[in-house]
Design a protein around this ligand. Structure first.
Ligand SMILES: C[S@@+](CC[C@H](N)C(=O)[O-])C[C@H]1O[C@@H](n2cnc3c(N)ncnc32)[C@H](O)[C@@H]1O
Length: 220
């Protein structure tokens, strides 16, 4: 999966993953994570997710990272806000109020950007990576995040043979493979997501599990 794949998807408007009303599993389970009031939340592969606006509404500062400049432009334009823009190496940094989006590849994001982060929200980020890149993504998070930072992970699982990703099926067993050595993993909710995903039904899926997990780093 090359960066061009995602850049083109945004150019063609193929963004069936975008949720116009934000994600209800976030809104239901965020308080269980225990993120400190006013703390900074990191949203990897943020797209133009309105979840960032919801998190800001909870009093958090938000740092997103997103490959597509179009997604980032859309995000601020659709909110009707003017974002300050600066460049930092290979990335462009855009900020409006409590939300900053680093536009570029997460693998190029300097570690100091997330030094103050107190919690992570991953919806459709881990599952956007093919299995061969998921381990690299998990390692990247481990490398750059401060110790002890919990994650709310919203993941998907389905019979992988029915559809090629993204999204890639990432069931509990895979989450455990990727994060089980370093994190305690709690399943907060698992539900049938097929009825709410007409685009994935059209791609041939007969079953879809949507799950919310909390990942808490194990004490060193
Ligand atoms: C499935 S979408 C999910 C977006 C968002 N989390 C949401 O819930 O709507 C995955 C996003 O990750 C972005 N992306 C893919 N690879 C990336 C990378 N290496 N670094 C930063 N962003 C990336 C894509 O452009 C796309 O917007």
């Amino acid at each position: 999966m090359t960066p061009d794949f995602w850049i083109e998807r945004w150019q063609k408007g193929e963004i069936g993953f975008h949720q116009a009303a934000g994600n209800d599993l976030l809104q239901k389970h965020w308080s269980s994570l225990g993120a400190a009031p006013g703390s900074t939340v990191f949203v990897p592969l943020c797209g133009k997710s309105l979840d960032m606006v919801w998190l800001a509404g909870q009093g958090h500062r938000v740092i997103g990272v997103e490959l597509s400049p179009l997604a980032v432009d859309d995000f601020f334009r659709e909110l009707g806000v003017e974002a300050d823009t600066r460049t930092a190496g290979a990335l462009v940094v855009r900020t409006a109020g409590p939300i900053t989006i680093w536009c570029g590849d997460i693998f190029d994001l300097p570690a100091e950007v997330v030094r103050e982060v107190g919690a992570v929200y991953d919806r459709a980020a881990l599952v956007a990576f093919p299995p061969s890149l998921q381990a690299r993504y998990a390692q990247r998070l481990a490398d750059i995040l401060p110790a002890g930072v919990p994650t709310l992970l919203v993941s998907l699982a389905y019979p992988q043979e029915e559809m090629s990703g993204p999204p890639f099926s990432t069931p509990l067993a895979r989450v455990a493979e990727l994060f089980g050595k370093t994190h305690d993993i709690s399943l907060y909710e698992s539900r049938d997501g097929l009825a709410q995903s007409p685009n994935l039904r059209e791609r041939g899926l007969s079953a879809l599990e949507e799950a919310a997990y909390v990942l808490r780093p194990k004490a060193a």
